[in-house]
Ligand binder design. Sequence first.
Ligand SMILES: *Cc1c(COP(=O)(O)O)cnc(C)c1O
Length: 369
Amino acid sequence: MTIDFSKLAVEGVQKLNPYQPGKPIDELAREFGLNPADIIKLASNENPLGPSDKALAAIEKELKDLTRYPDGNGFELKKVLSEKLGVTTKQITLGNGSSDILEFIVKTFVDTGDEVVVSQHAFAIYGLVTQMQGGKTIQVPAKNWGHDLPAMVEAITEKTKVIFVTNPNNPTGTWNTKAQLDAFLQAVPDRVLVLLDEAYFEYVDKPDYPNGIDYLAQYPNLVVTRTFSKAYGLASLRVGYGVSSEQLADLMNRVRPPFNVDSLALAAAVACVKDENYVRQSKALNDQGMAQLEAAFDQLNVNWIPSVGNFICFEVPNRAMEVYQGLLSKGVIVRPVANYEMPNFLRVSIGTEQENQRFLLELKDLLAE
Ligand SMILES: *Cc1c(COP(=O)(O)O)cnc(C)c1O
């Protein structure tokens, strides 16, 4: 007799569809018989600059100590972050990517039957971790592709434990203003946790874009997450963090695996926090690339959603999967967003000028077919 272990898995896991990441370069090379060097990946909002020299130097220095466990408290990284952000080290929770923090909050607060409020078109991980925990995801319709914060407040019930707000949101690139966030935080009951995901914070320079850290003193129910995966160029190392009240950080620390961030990631992240220059360069390159893509989409009569992130969604009515596959066959990887209820769109990450150019040429060819 063979046992069907899927029947023994907890209910949330039985029904779970795993997160679909962007296609890795080597996988596409294998599938299409392409040379990896000829493939460009604009599918996971990674930094096209490559890692900073300072991060690489810090990693090299750390290599000889690989036999040791990492500092489970991340003392040095918390110290430089606390100085930069003007918070105490006890307010900081380090994560194996900021996705870790999203999971810690849900694990800490969401029990079977509890509700978690998210926006339509929001980052998929929120729903996945909620389901894993036996919670129920309440999805609130978006407004002009963005979070409708007043409607999200309306969706709160007795059972609501957590609300996720992504600012700016991935994959839409939409964002909420200070005035909108002020009103939202005022309206959310104290007992409901607000997780403000600022994975793309460093790319935004709108004057009325709010900095989540500024709200922490007033809102003990707030957790702000940031990451080294995007503007800091360390996606593969998996390091991010949450900033919250000390009490929430203490609770999250109880569910955090003891060595969740490795020593190379810690060392590289410390070097990156001190290297403002790299982030400035990343942002400048992103601004240029975004302008390049917007102008080209307009020329091609392709509709796009204004984005303040390092990616942009563009519309290919009724042909999104066909164009996605066509781009793949040419060695250009972008991201379908049908699973975000956007079946007519594709998301492209901003690359170097040359990468953007190559993507645009292939897209132009495919659209002319
Ligand atoms: C990329 C991304 C993250 C960060 O993921 P890491 O785990 O830090 O690599 C978090 N939230 C959103 C919305 C993202 O797009």
